[in-house]
Design a protein around this ligand. Structure first.
Ligand SMILES: [Zn+2]
Ligand SMILES: [Zn+2]
Length: 140
């Protein structure tokens, strides 16, 4: 199955937006039957509005892609730049680094990958998950 970028019309603002091949692959993977209806700005406007309800001022500093969760190791509240999978341990930055401590190179890689994942979080493609898995893979 091959995907090419497609031009769709936003249901909210009527503007055209690109439904990228990567996004189509993601939709295909998830077996979504319908094309996206809205461009990214309109989508984030909507989810931004609904996300505002019920979040305190403390949450205001967080970007939409960050998820609040509890560290599986020390139990402190932390945020991760991705949606944690149910049942999988999530570590706060400190525990993550302690676990991966052996070499400074590993730390740098993990941090850089976290940045990368954070930057790509708006596009929930399999690539991000792979990067994350690579960052968490034990270094030989
Ligand atoms: Zn729009
Ligand atoms: Zn921790």
């Amino acid at each position: 199955m091959e995907f090419v970028d497609r031009l769709l019309t936003c249901a909210d603002c009527g503007g055209e937006f690109i439904f990228t091949a990567g996004e189509q692959l993601f939709f295909f993977d998830k077996q979504f039957k319908n094309d996206p209806k809205r461009c990214k700005p309109c989508k984030s406007k909507r989810s931004g509005a609904s996300a505002k309800a019920g979040t305190g001022p403390a949450a205001a500093g967080l970007s939409r892609t960050e998820t609040r969760t509890e560290c599986s190791a020390c139990g402190i509240e932390t945020t991760v730049p991705f949606k944690p999978t149910q049942g999988r341990p999530v570590l706060c930055r400190q525990c993550f680094q302690t676990k991966r401590a052996p070499t400074t190179g590993a730390l740098v890689t993990a941090a850089a990958t976290a940045e990368l994942v954070a930057g790509k979080a708006g596009d929930p493609s399999a690539v991000s998950a792979d990067l994350l898995a690579a960052a968490q893979a034990p270094l030989a």
